[in-house]
Design a protein around this ligand. Structure first.
Ligand SMILES: Nc1ncnc2c1ncn2[C@@H]1O[C@H](COP(=O)(O)OP(=O)(O)OP(=O)(O)O)[C@@H](O)[C@H]1O
Length: 609
């Protein structure tokens, strides 16, 4: 036992392993405690003990305590400082941790470790070279050669880092202890705020944003790391430095190449493709084109989203899709103010952070399905985003500083314009994307969907063939849609069934096999016959009985009114209604047309939808 400033210090000390700096005799330092061993030390020793002796602990600097209790203890520094815990503050948020205020008493050297769990207990000696010198001059004389040696070591370390910048990140300097170069970078000057400060200056942000960042940085430097606000400010600064304030991709626009790409990616859609090409051509001539925002409106599965993706590819820009269906809180668009717990930036800023450039193509999917709630109207928040006159200074509530969105190319999609708020609709140029006719669907299936599905299922055209008649059958008997999404799913189902056969090495049953017994026998023994051709009966086998009958007369009502298949150009009545003379197209609600049919000999009419 020794005496430090009149206090009796025991020779067996519980050790606090800290990486936050060195406690010097006479100084008072705050240490945060969150690793298991240190937590045990506080709860079992400092908080339970009642004597003055129980508040005396040893502080070992530059030692990171392992994350888990069961992990092996790293090699400890031999020299530490005994100190008295003058204050213990605990908190459970964001995770359980304590903060200790410790006043250093005197240095010691560790003779032996007595136990490692639940906290480290060591036998210590109080006769260290430096501490044994009583006068300051003596101490400095002894300390200087040590410091010189330390500096030499650090220089050597820096040299190694320069020689192999990307080789190894970890260098073993002292036995039992590893230093991570990256970590060291972060902890430059013993302060990880130095790294973030460097990033703030390198982020190339506008004057106003830089000013705010520097202000926040100043606050951060004054805050102890254990303070909850530290993490919030740190997250904010991390986001600010990650945003692409002045990072953009170079447009590589060639109208001919764009036309070829659009034609290769999508069959039909001539009107839409023409308008998109016009739009791109104007952009080529006038790069600073402001607006218009294109809005593709059409039934589900007609390729609105995939045209958006193709536009991004033709321009050589990053693509990001923002799904707006069901969004009913304006903070989703604009973010939350930082005063809220769990505040986040909105989807626009998040999208920019994800793509990492300030001129991506943003696809605002399903703008017609935006909701409204007590938390505000997200459509109103979108007005600022989509208005070319305003969006150069879009202010997200979380950022609280303007971000220039004028370089972003916005494209919106919707199933109907009826539910889009008029003010929002007014800012967009609506392009109708019609549903496909049966012939167009057959072409789309053979040019795009079948090759895509074959590739996705690891099959080749030499293994699976779907003739045109079978495709027509799938379209008319198994799907009833304006787009081609269900058709794609059905083709996927066929590919899966065939993939099983190919993988099993079984032969697809030929429908014209003589008897079921024969064919079953054949199945077991022969390898599959390539290519496997999907005929009518194979279709029935894989997809089940047809869901819709071809003969429309079966779906007609008693009064002889038929079901109708509608495309944008015309209304195609599948089976004619012989008794009717007048057919009025009354209106369109969603995907359904209302038709009034007036039979000649009756004075009432039928309403069909
Ligand atoms: N004309 C076309 N040529 C080639 N493929 C097409 C065509 N139209 C649609 N597709 C394909 O159909 C699938 C569905 O398209 P997409 O997801 O773009 O539909 P959508 O109109 O955005 O639907 P929703 O309104 O439900 O979002 C995609 O795989 C797409 O490639």
């Amino acid at each position: 036992m020794t005496s430090g400033g009149g206090i009796q210090i025991p020779s067996r000390l519980p050790l606090l392993l800290t990486h936050e700096g060195v406690l010097l005799p006479g100084s008072t330092v705050r240490f945060s405690v969150d690793s298991p061993r240190n937590m045990h030390l506080v709860s079992q020793r400092l908080l339970k003990g009642t004597s003055l002796k129980s508040t005396i602990i040893g502080v070992i600097p530059n030692t990171r305590d392992p994350e888990r209790d069961s992990d092996e203890l790293p090699t400890l520094h031999k020299i530490g400082t005994a100190g008295i815990a003058v204050q213990v503050v605990g908190s459970n948020w964001p995770k359980p941790h304590y903060t200790l205020l410790i006043t250093g008493l005197c240095r010691f050297s560790v003779s032996s470790l007595l136990k490692e769990r639940p906290f480290v207990l060591a036998e210590v000696r109080f006769s260290v070279k430096l501490t044994c010198c009583n006068s300051w001059t003596e101490r400095f004389k002894k300390a200087l050669p040590m410091l010189t040696r330390q500096i030499e070591g650090l220089k050597l370390l820096q040299k190694t880092r320069k020689m192999s910048p990307d080789h190894e990140n970890r260098v073993t300097m002292f036995p039992g202890r590893q230093f991570s170069l990256e970590e060291e970078d972060e902890d430059d000057d013993g302060d990880d705020t130095a790294a973030i400060e460097r990033k703030v200056h390198g982020a190339n942000m506008p004057e106003a944003a830089l000013r705010i960042c520097l202000k926040e940085l100043k606050r951060l430097k004054k805050m102890p790391q254990s303070m909850p606000e530290y993490a919030l400010t740190r997250n904010y600064l991390d986001l600010m430095v990650e945003l692409p304030w002045s990072k953009s991709t170079k447009d590589c626009l060639d109208i001919r190449a764009a036309r070829t790409l659009l034609d290769n990616d999508h069959y039909a859609m001539d009107k839409l493709k023409r308008r998109v090409l016009e739009y791109l051509a104007v952009r080529q001539l006038k790069t600073s084109l402001k607006g218009p925002i294109l809005c593709f409106v059409g039934p589900p599965g007609v390729g609105k989203t995939s045209v958006g993706r193709s536009i991004a590819r033709t321009l050589g820009r990053e693509f990001h899709r923002i799904a707006l269906g069901g969004v009913c809180d304006q903070s989703d668009i604009r973010g939350h103010r930082r005063t809220y717990v769990g505040s986040m930036p909105g989807r626009i800023i998040n999208g920019l952070k994800t793509v990492g450039v300030n001129n991506p193509v943003f696809l605002l999917d399903e703008v017609d399905k935006l909701g409204k709630s007590l938390q505000g109207d997200p459509a109103a928040a979108l007005l600022e985003v989509l208005d070319p006159e305003q969006n150069h200074s879009f202010t997200d509530h979380y950022l609280n500083v303007a971000f220039d969105l004028s370089q972003v190319l916005f494209i919106a999609t919707a199933n109907t314009t009826a539910t889009i708020p008029p003010a929002l609709l007014d800012r967009m140029e609506v392009l109708q994307v019609p549903g496909y006719t049966q012939e167009e669907k057959v072409e789309i299936a053979h040019r795009h969907l079948i090759p895509n599905q074959l590739e996705q299922h690891g099959l080749t055209p030499q293994q699976l063939q779907i003739p045109q008649e079978s495709t027509q059958d799938i379209i008319s008997r198994y799907t009833r849609e304006a787009g081609v999404r269900s058709l794609e799913r059905k083709i996927g189902a066929i590919c899966r069934a065939v993939a099983v056969k190919v993988a099993e090495g079984h032969k697809v049953t030929k429908r014209d096999a003589s008897t079921p017994e024969d064919s079953a026998q054949q199945d077991k023994v022969s390898p599959p016959e390539m290519p496997i051709v999907i005929d009518h009966s194979a279709l029935k086998d894989i997809l089940g009985p047809p869901l819709f009958e071809m003969e429309v007369s079966r779906t007609t009502t008693e009064s002889g009114v038929s079901s109708v298949q509608l495309t944008e150009q015309h209304l195609q009545i599948i089976s004619s209604v012989q008794t009717c003379t007048l057919v009025y197209l009354c209106g369109l609600v969603g995907l359904w047309f209302y038709i009034i049919i007036i039979p000649p000999d009756k004075d009432f009419f039928f309403l069909v939808c």
